[in-house]
Write a protein that binds this ligand. Structure first.
Ligand code: FES
Length: 103
């Protein structure tokens, strides 16, 4: 995903919320933290739970599965065993829509 791709209407990701969006075959967790958007892989690399079902606290996302805490800024998760990092995405807003690009 070398270019920005249209993902979702910005109004569907209000402040302090997150949702999983499918963008041309990639599943991206888009989070809005106080008006700043973050993009990260949407499925936990532990056992593939959808991270949008978890909780958002600042830039920390806690997986509803078994409690891994993911950092939206780094794509790294803290768990009791090493986990593969999540991919990160740049997110931009334009004309009422959010666009994502894999870093
Ligand atoms: S699936 Fe996320 S912590 Fe297990």
């Amino acid at each position: 995903m070398a270019e920005f791709k249209k993902a979702v209407e910005a109004s569907k990701v209000p402040p302090d919320s997150m949702r999983t969006v499918e963008v041309e075959g990639d599943y991206v967790l888009i989070a809005n933290v106080d008006g700043t958007y973050y993009g990260m892989g949407a499925y936990c690399t532990h056992e593939e739970w959808d991270l949008s079902e978890g909780t958002l606290d600042g830039t920390a996302v806690t997986c509803a599965g078994h409690g891994t805490v993911w950092d939206l800024k780094t794509g790294k998760g803290v768990f009791d065993e090493p986990l593969e990092d999540e991919p990160l995405y740049d997110v931009k807003e334009e004309g009422g829509f959010l666009y994502v690009k894999r870093r």
